[in-house]
Design a protein around this ligand. Sequence first.
Ligand code: SAM
Length: 352
Amino acid sequence: MGKKIGMKYLIDQLRKEHKLMSDQYRALLTVRDPQVTEYLFTQAREVAQAQFGKGIFLRGLIELTNVCRNDCLYCGIRCSNSNVSRYTLTREQILDCCEQGFKIGFRTFVLQGGEWGEERSTWIADLIRDIRHRWPEYAITLSLGEHTRETYAMWREAGADRYLLRHETHNERLYRLLHPQGMTIQHRLQCLDWLKELGYQVGAGIMVGSPFQSLNSIVEDIMYLADFKPHMIGIGPFIPQHDTPLARFPAGSVDMTARLYAILRLALPQALIPSTTAMATLSPDGRLRGILAGANVVMPNLSPTDNRSKYALYDNKASFGAESAQGIQQLSDDLSTIGYHIDWSRGDSPHL
Ligand code: SAM
């Protein structure tokens, strides 16, 4: 009984002060009492609703390309996976996706893809200019990996508003275990700093339950995010992909991911937190569980249907039904079962 009261006190303290000590985060991540976890989720929901009401923002996800120069050990589109049939959408295909999305009602796009060399950055800049010119009211989000400060500046100048770059893990040792030689956490964090300086709304985040990840490293991530204060937080469970060196590891957990949404909602009340595709992939009610833990964004897939299976970051990645732009009615119906609805606005960060 005393322990339960102590844990609820911690949750109240996090809601009030927006931060805890590392041991206290560890306790919240591991508490087994269902009443305490439900209390955590309820507090997070209340905070999300105070900021955003019961509206869930949508972002139309366009997977531009599965061509990637990187070789991240967890990722199905890593450059050394020779079983991937590589594609890059044409400018016309991308604009077509934007047009379709606009008609459905989307006002934010996420252009995501594998990481290209800097020599193709001007192609992206021209694309951003085209989109900005044709649909001035769109918010344009990029998720294209690590680049030079100059490239980020060029894309910002061309009209990009937001940038998602998960830091993946703040722990240096774990980062090295998950990435090829040459990729460093220091450079990843440098990129996030540059993006912020350049005036992007920035998203950082991690994979939950990745191989070799410890509870301490997750706590380290919470501390980093609470300190960096990104506008957006992208977190999803790790899911193995059969052609990668990490194929035999188990997937991360929906429950642990939901706890992280809740803790980060209380730490950063104004953050935009998607309930991610990986949540929906692992569990039919994964998306809704994320929302009930304080997430407030969903990113339906707007990519051409023929290409979706080729953007296989992990096995069985959900991209149809309520995960797709074509399944918006289903998403809307699902949301209404828990008393939420779609918010069709651009959904900018309130702390701008
Ligand atoms: N190349 C860009 C980058 O590095 O940010 C964007 C594309 S990358 C494929 C998008 C995200 O997919 C990564 O940040 C990573 O967290 C996630 N991802 C990749 N492989 C995954 C896996 N096996 N399980 C879960 N998430 C994965």
